[in-house]
Design a protein around this ligand. Structure first.
Ligand SMILES: O=P(O)(O)OC[C@H]1O[C@H](OP(=O)(O)OP(=O)(O)O)[C@H](O)[C@@H]1O
Ligand SMILES: O=c1cc[nH]c(=O)[nH]1
Ligand SMILES: [Mg+2]
Length: 207
């Protein structure tokens, strides 16, 4: 599936502040929520709809309504920073959780928690994790989500590296990727450059 890079002046503006090393955690969390709202509008464009009828104070008319449930699976911990706006926009969403932590040196992700509802089957499913670096965490998370029956999955990230996009597209060619930025590269510690640093640490104030 092609990669979609969100191209909107407000998204760029919010991302600039997220990247800024001076942005404190409280503001960082708010920016992450606002940018996720924009990303999710793009990511859910293909959710199934149907035509219903509604009566306005003036007459009856056709109205397009949602005809498919949404599921979201944030990858702990940083993905939690993207959850709240999605639950606000889609109150009937089914939420699963996957805990993954990269090894500091190898960057290989270790799984420490997983609770994905079987109800992802048939739902339009978003896997959310703000950083797509080597792609190891996203590829593992999506394999787990698929094992629970999901078949229509979109990966939503805030910043992506070319290496991560390539890995995910190879591992899961059926999964769409929506991101706010495709950055230049990974450094020798597997961090995205220019990136924004460690998203989880900046979100939760844990240097
Ligand atoms: O594409 P990858 O190379 O796998 O890297 C991306 C992962 O790294 C970060 O999580 P981290 O392991 O730091 O855990 P945290 O969210 O708990 O800080 C980030 O939130 C992704 O999950
Ligand atoms: O740049 C990166 C890479 C992985 N995880 C982060 O939080 N930042
Ligand atoms: Mg981290």
């Amino acid at each position: 599936m092609p990669l979609q890079v969100l191209d909107h002046p407000l998204a760029s503006h919010l991302l600039a502040s997220l990247r800024d090393e001076r942005t404190p955690p409280q503001e960082f969390r708010q920016l992450a929520r606002r940018l996720t709202t924009l990303l999710v509008l793009q990511a859910t464009y293909g959710i199934r709809t149907r035509i219903d009828r509604v009566t306005t104070p003036l007459c009856e008319t056709e109205a397009r309504v949602l005809d498919q449930g949404l599921a979201v699976v944030p990858v702990l911990r940083a993905g939690l920073g993207m959850l709240e706006p999605i639950v606000d926009l889609f109150p009937d969403v089914a939420v699963g959780y996957i805990g993954l932590e990269r090894h500091e040196e190898t960057a290989v992700a270790r799984s420490y928690y997983s609770k994905v509802p079987q109800s992802v089957e048939g739902r339009f499913t978003l896997c959310v994790d703000p950083m797509l670096a080597t792609g190891g965490s996203a590829a593992q998370a999506i394999s787990l989500i698929k094992a629970h029956g999901a078949s229509q999955i979109t990966m939503v990230s805030i910043v992506s590296a070319p290496e991560g996009v390539e890995k995910l597209q190879q591992a899961h060619p059926d999964v769409a990727i929506v991101t706010a930025a495709l950055d230049e590269k990974l450094n020798d510690r597997h961090y995205i450059v220019p990136g924004l640093g460690d998203f989880g640490d900046r979100l939760y104030g844990t240097p």
